[in-house]
Design a binder for this molecule. Structure first.
Ligand code: NAP
Length: 298
C-alpha cells in the first residue's frame, strides 16, 4: 500500500513509519522542516516537506495515497486554537476526498467529553470537531485513535524533579490513570491502516498500562536513583501559577489545570472504561528506564 504518515519523525510517527516500512509498504512522511528530509530518507521513507496548514500541499501529498495517518500537530503559536484545529481538519478532509479510502485519525481520549459541560480542556472539543469533519466524508474507512495519557508527558516534569525533588499536579497521587506509550499507539495505527476488512467509522482507545501517580513516582524515582521522589498535590490556583511562571500562555495553563481536574474526578476516564481496550506492551517500568537514560540530573 502507499501510505502517507503526517507528524514527521515525531513520537508516534517515527515508529509508525518504521513498522509500515518493515511490512513492505511504500511510506511518505510529511514534515514542515526541510532539515528533516535526510533523516526521513534514512529510515527508508520518502519525504514530503510542507505544512498541514497548506491545503494545496496536503492535496498533492495525498494524491496517490491508499491510506493516511492524520494528526493535528501541536501548535503553541496559534493564537486561536479552535480555529487552527478546524482549519487543519478541513485541509485533511479536502485532501482525503480526492481518492484516499482509509484514514487513521489521531484523536484524544477526551474527544467524547466535548459535548459535555464546561471546565474541560479546549482541545477535547477541538479534536472532537476534527472527528466530525472527517466523519462527513462518504465511503471512507475511518478510525479515530483515542490514546490516553502519554508516558512521554513526564519529560515536561524533568525540571520539577531536578529543581524541587518532587512531581506534582492538581490531581491526587492515588488516582489510577491509563498511560500510553507512543510505540503502542504506532502499533495500533499500523494495524488500523493495513487491516484487510475495514469499512465505516471506528473509535479505538489505546492504552499501555494503568497505574497511579504514586506508583509513577516510586518507579521513576527508583530508576533515577532517587527513592525519595514524591507526589505533591497542588490546588488548581497553585498549579495555574506554576504553569504561568514556566512560560505557558494563560489559556494553555487553564487547559492543563482542567485536564488534571478531569483526571482527578475520574470524568476523563469514563468512556475509556466503558470501551476498555486490551493494554499494549510498554509498561511503566520500561518507560522509567527510557526516562532515566535521558534525564539530566544537573
Ligand atoms: N500528550 C498526551 O497525553 C496526548 C494524549 C492524547 C492525544 N495527544 C495528541 O498527540 C499528538 C502528538 O503526537 P506526537 O507526540 O506523535 O507528535 P510530536 O512528537 O509532537 O510530532 C509532531 C511533529 O509534527 C511536525 N509538525 C509540526 N507542525 C507541522 C505542520 N504545520 N505541518 C507539518 N508537520 C508539522 C513536527 O515535525 P517537523 O518539525 O519535522 O515538521 C513535529 O515534531 C498531539 O496532537 C496531541 O493532541 C496527546
Amino acid at each position: 500500500m502507499k501510505i502517507v504518515v503526517t507528524g514527521s519523525l515525531g513520537n508516534i510517527s517515527e515508529p509508525l513509519a518504521i513498522r509500515l516500512l518493515e511490512k513492505g509498504h511504500a511510506v511518505t512522511v510529511i514534515s514542515s522542516d526541510p532539515g528533516r528530509q535526510t533523516a526521513i530518507e534514512l529510515v527508508g521513507a520518502a519525504a514530503a516537506i510542507g505544512s498541514v496548514d497548506d491545503p494545496e500541499f496536503l492535496a498533492g501529498a495525498f494524491a496517490e495515497a491508499d491510506a493516511v495517518y492524520a494528526m493535528v500537530p501541536p501548535n503553541g503559536r496559534a493564537a486561536d486554537q479552535p480555529a487552527y484545529y478546524r482549519r487543519v481538519g478541513r485541509n485533511y478532509a479536502r485532501a482525503i476526498q480526492h481518492g484516499v479510502r482509509r484514514v487513521v485519525h489521531l484523536s484524544n481520549w477526551g474527544a467524547s467529553l466535548a459535548l459535555q459541560a464546561s471546565n474541560l480542556p479546549s482541545n477535547f472539543s477541538d479534536t472532537h470537531a476534527v472527528e466530525e469533519l472527517l466523519a462527513e466524508l462518504p465511503g471512507l474507512a475511518l478510525t479515530h485513535l483515542r490514546p490516553t495519557f502519554f508516558f512521554t508527558n513526564y519529560y515536561w516534569f524533568s525540571g520539577m524533579i531536578r529543581e524541587a525533588g518532587f512531581l506534582g499536579t492538581n490531581c491526587s497521587g492515588s488516582r489510577r490513570v491509563p498511560f500510553v506509550h507512543p510505540r503502542d499507539i504506532a502499533a495500533a495505527a499500523a494495524q488500523e491502516l493495513t487491516a484487510a476488512d475495514k469499512c465505516g467509522r471506528t473509535v479505538r482507545y489505546v492504552a499501555s498500562d494503568e497505574r497511579s501517580f504514586d506508583e509513577v513516582v516510586r518507579v521513576v524515582g527508583a530508576a533515577l536513583g532517587r527513592p525519595d521522589l514524591r507526589w505533591v498535590i497542588f490546588s488548581d490556583e497553585q498549579m495555574r501559577q506554576r504553569l504561568l511562571q514556566s512560560g505557558l500562555p494563560g489559556t494553555m495553563a487553564d487547559d492543563v489545570v482542567n485536564l488534571y481536574r478531569a483526571l482527578g474526578t475520574g470524568r476523563l476516564g469514563e468512556e475509556y472504561q466503558r470501551q476498555h481496550p486490551a493494554l499494549g506492551e510498554v509498561k511503566l517500568e520500561d518507560f522509567a528506564q527510557e526516562f532515566a537514560a535521558t534525564f539530566q540530573p544537573i
